[in-house]
Write a protein that binds this ligand. Structure first.
Ligand SMILES: [Zn+2]
Length: 370
């Protein structure tokens, strides 16, 4: 099953890079044929799981994809399709030389990036918070049953013991149904687990996991995970295939997928009533972030305003406040920014910027409505 995941994840990157060029030249049908062939070959791999090394499978896959396009119908097809097939071949050859599972590498990198986001805000995340995180990957042949439009489910379980913190992230993928959206959304999906849950505080044993309908953990903090994912994608050079699930050749693909999945998390869903709580969290977060850009202290300095908002959010996630108190703060911010901005919230926020007192901000904001 792993082979199918590798094959699809990397070929999708190249199909995505070349899609518009091929389509614009009038060869969309050929592009679809390659994609269909990729899915058939990898599905067969899942079904029958023939023995052999990953590298051999990837080499054969590249050859099969090329031969599926032969002979080219005309010179124009050859001109736009050959570079794509060459790129696929090169990338699969590189991927065949990988020593580690790219999913595992992506998780390790994401964990480090999430820790970096906390540390960049002056929050000294202890090393054992990072080393105590375990991850497991599982595959299933049936489609993944998720409220999100992706074929991966990631869940975090906090498992602190009196002697130390620990977190376990379970990731389940369906290789047979693995599509582009899932592959390109992976960095954001894993950031959600690490930023929102794995490094939730207060940092010490006995942490209490937030509920699945937590406005703060699943809504507000998801907004933060999304912005970190967008920052990461923006920082990529692009262009070069790197046999990695994060350094994709077209970084815009990561932003588009993160955007789509992030939006799906807080859109009405018939089977998942928690969507409204998540939507409230995201909306409150966006409103407060936007309000900060308008305060005299930060006006005209959007980068500083965004950094101040991220710091406030991460501090709240690691604070001594309980999950319930965090959710109450979100509800208060939502109410205070629902129609027009409550003056009391502006006062609280400006005082926070002046004194850096998070406890005062949270208690003062909640009190606005009690
Ligand atoms: Zn979550």
């Amino acid at each position: 099953m792993q082979k199918a995941v590798w094959g699809r994840a990397f070929v999708y990157q190249m199909l995505d890079l070349h899609q518009l060029t091929v389509e614009a030249a009038g060869y969309g049908l050929l592009w679809n044929e390659v994609r269909g062939r990729l899915q058939a070959l990898t599905a067969r791999q899942v079904e029958f799981d023939p023995a052999g090394p990953v590298s051999g499978f990837l080499t054969t896959l590249a050859e099969d994809l090329r031969s599926s396009m032969m002979p080219f119908p005309d010179g124009g097809a050859e001109k736009v399709c050959s570079p794509m097939l060459d790129d696929i071949e090169r990338l699969l050859a590189d991927a065949g030389r990988l020593r580690n599972d790219p999913l595992q590498t992506l998780f390790t990198d994401t964990l480090r990036a999430a820790a970096g986001a906390y540390r960049a805000c002056g929050l000294p995340l202890p090393d054992d918070m990072v080393t105590a995180v375990e991850v497991s990957f599982d595959h299933q042949s049936a489609p993944v049953d998720s409220a999100l439009p992706i074929q991966v489910i990631a869940t975090t379980r906090l498992g602190d013991t009196p002697s130390g913190v620990s977190a376990h992230v379970d990731i389940v993928v369906s290789p047979t149904y693995l599509d582009e959206l899932t592959v390109f959304a992976l960095p954001y999906v894993l950031l959600h687990e690490c930023v929102c849950h794995v490094f939730q505080g207060p940092w010490g044993p006995g942490r209490i996991q937030a509920d699945a309908d937590s406005r703060f953990a699943e809504g507000w903090m998801d907004h933060i995970a999304y912005t970190v994912a967008c920052d990461q994608a923006r920082a990529l050079a692009g262009g070069k295939p790197a046999s990695s699930l994060s350094a994709v050749p077209r970084p815009g693909a990561l932003r588009e997928a993160a955007d789509q999945v992030h939006r799906a998390r807080h859109q009405p869903h018939p089977r998942d009533r928690a969507w409204a709580a998540r939507a409230m969290g995201v909306r409150a977060a966006r409103n407060l972030a936007e309000l900060m850009t308008r305060l005299p202290e930060l006006a005209g300095r959007p980068v500083e305003a965004a950094a101040a908002f991220r710091r406030l959010s991460l501090r709240l996630n690691v604070s001594e406040f309980s999950n319930t108190q965090r959710d109450l703060f979100v509800a208060a911010v939502h109410k205070a920014t629902l129609a027009r901005t409550e003056h009391g919230l502006v006062v609280q926020l400006r005082r926070y910027l002046e004194r850096d007192d998070l406890v005062h901000l949270v208690e003062g904001t909640v009190k606005l409505f009690t």
